[in-house]
Design a protein around this ligand. Structure first.
Ligand SMILES: CC(=O)SCCNC(=O)CCNC(=O)[C@H](O)C(C)(C)COP(=O)(O)OP(=O)(O)OC[C@H]1O[C@@H](n2cnc3c(N)ncnc32)[C@H](O)[C@@H]1OP(=O)(O)O
Ligand SMILES: O=C(O)CCC(=O)C(=O)O
Ligand SMILES: [Zn+2]
Length: 476
């Protein structure tokens, strides 16, 4: 079980030191889209990766999240959300600050319809959307639920036209107009999306988007339904569409090849305004752009893009809520909340992290209500990490002595990873040996004797800790 799911911060099965957050220098900030051209050019001279003047289309500092855990997420094979769980997830997402919450079609089942109506009555700040087929029957049910908007979708690729609904572009266009005008007549938002956009004919796409834009659709949506798109294709399609429609542009990206976060970021750079996410990325197959991963990616561009809008420390709680609801663990490599997301191990990393966490961290754990750790009791450790533990324990050792003790930790860790208790006892024994004069730097046999003596004394009081013991994280 991941420690996060026990409500604990990241902490792998190794001894770790929690290190201070104070005085952490801010991450290198990149300019915003409002930066003037001269400043941008100057910045580019210093950093070729800084935003370019041509990035005028970019919405990375100004975007909306359409959170689809309660629609796309319900399509995850393991998902079953009862009413109570749906309400808990909707409330948590609202408290986090997402702009929109998308719900399963009320045409799916009677329970789906009544849950949709119930969530609409919660009075959340987030706008509530439901997601329907491009069909008048679905639209009539949707507008009666009390939603703030309806997301309409229909497949435009040859695959879907042939093997799903069997309709041609003329029929799709005619029905889209009818459904959009009907939803608009109810005074609520309407979005039109082409399913499987990246395998659709570009002329067909631009033609239907242009038509629905002209009749006043609020947003058009692009969907990488099969997860086949790469960032360059996403950039090209969104940028082209940006030149064709005046309305907002939403994008929905599946993660079959692991591109969903990169593609979402690129879509914003190209002028998309709304990104679909789900918590932990759950959805059909391997799902879509994960909320946490998107937040991490935008934070890395500039922390203010997300800090100003979202309650970042809630992310872990929301992920745990959804993970529990769909009976999965938060993946160990999950951005931000993964088991070891803020744990540093190798000696070279540990030294630099202790001097300045930004050396090896692009995300500040404290911004997410999380804690940074340095792992010590392993063969990759270094004397700087050990010294920081020595200081935390209030022991007085010279640098030479810390290096000597570090050699012993490495020798022991070559056999098995040392727990925090193991490291602490070794350091205390080493320290008292030095204080009493029983030990001096380099006296390996004397140190071994003192350690053996300690183990004999401890025997019977407690079992030696196992190499995979749950670590204690100590406060700095
Ligand atoms: C890529 C996506 O994730 S899109 C969203 C997917 N979401 C859902 O499917 C919601 C849950 N779905 C359901 O509960 C059901 O599939 C329902 C209620 C929507 C439809 O159920 P059924 O009427 O039994 O049809 P079934 O699911 O077998 O087939 C889908 C039907 O919708 C039609 N269809 C498929 N996509 C669309 C579309 N975008 N617009 C209009 N009609 C469509 C198909 O042609 C088929 O029609 P048919 O009954 O004439 O064969
Ligand atoms: O409505 C949309 O834009 C996307 C629908 C969907 O889930 C998909 O195409 O994968
Ligand atoms: Zn999808």
């Amino acid at each position: 079980m991941c420690p996060h799911q026990n409500g604990d911060a990241a902490a792998p099965n190794e001894p770790m030191v929690q290190i201070p957050m104070e005085g952490t220098p801010s991450n290198g900030k990149r300019g915003t889209s409002s930066t003037n051209a001269a400043a941008v050019l100057e910045k580019q001279k210093q950093n070729p990766y800084a935003p370019r003047a041509s990035d005028f289309l970019s919405n990375i500092s100004n975007f909306n999240i359409i959170e689809s855990t309660l629609r796309e997420g319900e399509q995850f094979a393991n998902a079953f959300f009862d009413t109570k769980t749906k309400i808990a997830i909707a409330k948590a997402l609202d408290a986090f600050g997402v702009e929109y919450i998308e719900l399963t079609s009320p045409a799916a089942s009677e329970q789906s319809r009544s849950d949709c109506a119930a969530i609409c009555k919660l009075g959340l700040k987030a706008k509530i959307l439901t997601h329907i087929r491009c069909h008048m029957d679905d639209a009539r049910i949707a507008v009666e639920t009390g939603v703030d908007g309806v997301d309409v979708v229909i497949g435009t690729s040859s695959f879907l036209r042939e093997f799903s609904h069997g309709k041609d572009m003329a029929y799709i266009t005619k029905t889209a107009i009818e459904v959009i005008e009907f939803v608009k007549s109810k005074g609520i938002e309407v979005r039109f999306s082409s399913e499987d956009s990246f395998r659709s004919d570009l002329v067909d796409l631009l033609s239907i988007y242009s038509t629905v834009d002209k009749i006043g659709v609020n947003r058009v949506g692009i969907a990488d339904t099969v997860g086949c798109a790469n960032p360059r294709q996403v950039y090209d399609l969104v940028r082209t569409l940006r030149g064709v429609v005046g309305c907002d542009i939403e994008i929905h990206l599946h993660n079959d090849t692991g591109m969903a976060i990169a593609n979402a970021y690129t879509a914003l750079e190209a002028g998309a305004t709304h990104i679909d996410t789900s918590v932990l990325g759950i959805g059909e197959r391997v799902g879509i752009t994960p909320l946490g991963g998107l937040v991490a990616c935008l934070y890395a561009a500039n922390p203010e893009y997300v800090k100003s809008k979202y309650n970042l420390p809630m992310l872990r709680e929301i992920e745990n809520l959804v993970a529990e609801a769909v009976e999965v663990n938060v993946p160990f490599m999950n951005p931000i909340t993964g088991y070891c997301a803020f744990t540093h191990k190798a000696g070279i990393h540990a030294k630099a992290i202790l001097n300045n966490p930004s050396t090896y961290e692009i995300l500040k754990p404290e911004d997410f209500g999380l804690t940074r750790y340095v792992s010590i009791g392993h063969r990759l450790t270094g004397w700087n990490a050990v010294k920081s533990r020595v200081e935390q324990l209030g022991l007085k050792l010279t640098d030479e002595e810390v290096k000597d003790a570090t050699n012993k930790i490495k020798e022991l860790a070559d056999v098995r990873t040392q727990s925090m208790d193991d490291v602490d006892s070794l350091l205390r024994i080493y320290h008292s040996g030095i204080q009493s004069g029983e030990l001096a730097v380099g006296q390996k046999e004397a140190l071994d004797r003192l350690l053996r003596q300690h183990h004999r004394e401890a025997k019977g009081e407690r079992e030696p800790s196992s190499s995979r013991e749950r670590p204690e994280a100590t406060t700095a």
